[in-house]
Design a protein around this ligand. Structure first.
Ligand SMILES: Nc1nc2c(ncn2[C@@H]2O[C@H](COP(=O)(O)OP(=O)(O)O)[C@@H](O)[C@H]2O)c(=O)[nH]1
Ligand SMILES: [Mg+2]
Length: 498
């Protein structure tokens, strides 16, 4: 079996993407029903294209609205080759260039350029410009209206498809980045997406990330047809049992349970930028799979950056990310994840050596030493942490002095972190990362010393710039730790401290 491939359209709005897909496949992707009740056959913007060789491609037609690029990134993450359209009468436009940049960032380097609307204007100028945006791609003049050039286009697509390997053999856990979730009467919850790796079959148990909640696969469809087994690279609809539609959304990821996939707030990546490097610490938008998050970029040396995310992504080393400017929105570049669960760090020589090895796909043993365990009373880690636990640790570390309530966290992971000394119970409902707690402790001592050896709740609240809730939890914790002792409304520093 040849590997199933997905073709994604790209190109400036009104440059004839949808008309071309319609002419090639007979499917009008602008008119696909949003909801259907007769099966789990909802494929928004998807069509099936049979090439002269007999090979079939899944076609994703990117919709033409203002969320264009975002949608494109989400769809294009799972695409194997592109069909770029450039209108004969317009030539290369802004979005032509941006989409080309997104494709490069995603590593989608094989495709064909269709110079469209050849019935309207002489295509020669657009053909010349196409070569400049996509050097190396075949360029074919076509008209969706008259049918001119469509045969040549299909032949060119066949040649391009023959050059890509696809994902059918992509090993690893089943991984599906969900782009839609809906209900079908009688069937229940259905999610759709492109299977990035692994396989999915009826009866499989799956885990939904980031929540980690389990479900079971009742049925799988590929292109409206029920199948026993979906393989990587295929566009699939999955009917799930044990999960309400309100519990899953676009951006969630379905994975084989207990895989190494876990939410992460930090990524070390090798990035390339189209128009100059961003500033160290610049806030950008990061796209991965069907998720996105704002993030700060910390330069680590060379082309290596630490991406510090505000919302978790569910990524693995080797995945692609696209980096966009937040305002005005524009694609800056993108690249490859090298470490999906690094520590928070800045540049260092050891780190650079390690990242260079990872970028060359060489084994990179941990050469960065563990930071010292910050509190003396913390026991050594009894068990290595799972990826999910490390993500939780990162979440706590990033939350600093205002950690999320325990109720929002997985109790087992939290217990494991506590056992490893990477989370410290501060009140009945709060755990702090040891780094954050050490920081709070130092500031309690410093503030108390400035004001005669004692500190009040409101003083600490102001000092930490946090709410009463957190200040109170911390002070009670330090009382119980015998750092301070409570006398009426003040907490007095014990003598032997500081
Ligand atoms: N004359 C002519 N018009 C076209 C052709 N292809 C598309 N159009 C028209 O151009 C407009 C935009 O096309 P559409 O496919 O929706 O563009 P998209 O935004 O890139 O999907 C529509 O009015 C189409 O009818 C073509 O080959 N010839
Ligand atoms: Mg369109």
């Amino acid at each position: 079996m040849t590997s199933p491939l997905t073709l994604g359209t790209a190109g400036h709005i009104d440059h004839g993407k949808t008309a071309l897909v319609h002419a090639l496949t007979g499917t009008d992707t602008d008119r696909l029903p949003q909801e259907q009740t007769r099966g789990i056959s909802i494929e928004l913007g998807y069509a099936s294209l049979e090439l002269p060789s007999g090979r079939r491609l899944s076609v994703i037609d990117v919709p033409g609205h203002e969320r264009f690029v975002r949608t494109m990134v989400a769809g294009a993450t799972g695409i194997d080759l592109y069909l770029m359209t450039i209108a004969s009468d317009d030539g290369v436009m802004l979005q032509t260039r941006e989409h080309a940049a997104v494709l490069r960032a995603l590593g989608v380097d094989t495709g064909v350029v269709a110079v469209t609307k050849a019935d309207l204007a002489d295509p020669s100028r657009a053909i010349a410009e196409a070569g400049e945006v996509h050097p190396g791609a075949e360029v074919v003049a076509v008209s969706a209206r008259t049918g001119f050039g469509l045969e040549s286009l299909c032949a060119a697509l066949d040649r391009a498809a023959a050059r890509v390997s696809g994902r059918a053999d992509a090993p690893g856990p089943a991984r599906l980045h969900i782009d839609r979730a809906f209900t079908i009467r009688g069937a229940g919850t259905v999610v759709t997406g492109t299977l990035w790796s692994g396989r999915l079959a009826a009866g499989d148990r799956v885990e939904r990330l980031p929540s980690g909640v389990r479900a079971r696969v009742r049925a799988v469809q590929v292109h409206d047809q029920p199948v026993e087994l979906a393989v990587a690279g295929q566009r699939v609809a999955v009917n799930l049992t044990g999960v309400a539609v309100s519990e899953v959304a676009r951006g969630d990821v379905l994975v084989t349970p207990d895989s190494e996939l876990a939410p992460t707030y930090l990524i070390d990546a090798q990035l390339e930028f189209e128009g100059g490097e961003p500033e160290h610490g610049q806030r950008v938008q990061v796209h991965h799979g069907t998720r996105e998050s704002a993030a700060r970029l910390t330069w680590l040396g060379g082309s290596f950056w630490q991406v510090r995310l505000e919302r978790p992504l569910i990524a693995l080393a080797g995945d692609r990310v696209v980096i966009r400017q937040i305002a005005p929105p524009d694609t800056l570049g993108g690249g490859t994840v090298l470490d999906a669960h690094p520590r928070k760090h800045g540049p260092s020589r050891e780190l650079l050596v390690r990242l260079e090895r990872l970028a060359r796909d060489e084994p990179a043993d941990e050469v960065v030493p563990e930071p010292p365990v910050p509190c003396d009373d913390v026991p050594a880690s009894p068990e290595p942490l799972t990826a999910r636990q490390r993500a939780l640790e990162q979440q706590l570390r990033d939350a600093g002095l205002e950690p999320p309530p325990d109720a929002e966290l997985d109790p087992d992971d939290l217990a494991a972190l506590r056992a490893a000394g990477r989370a410290i119970r501060v009140s009945r409902t709060l755990h702090y990362h040891p780094d954050a707690l050490r920081e709070a402790r130092n500031r309690v001592i410093a503030t108390a010393e400035r004001s005669g050896g004692a500190i009040t709740l409101s003083q600490l609240r102001d000092e930490l710039g946090t709410s009463r809730k957190f200040a109170q939890a911390l002070l009670e914790h330090f009382d119980s730790e015998r750092l301070t002792i409570r006398r009426e409304d003040v907490h007095v520093l014990r003598r032997n401290q500081g």
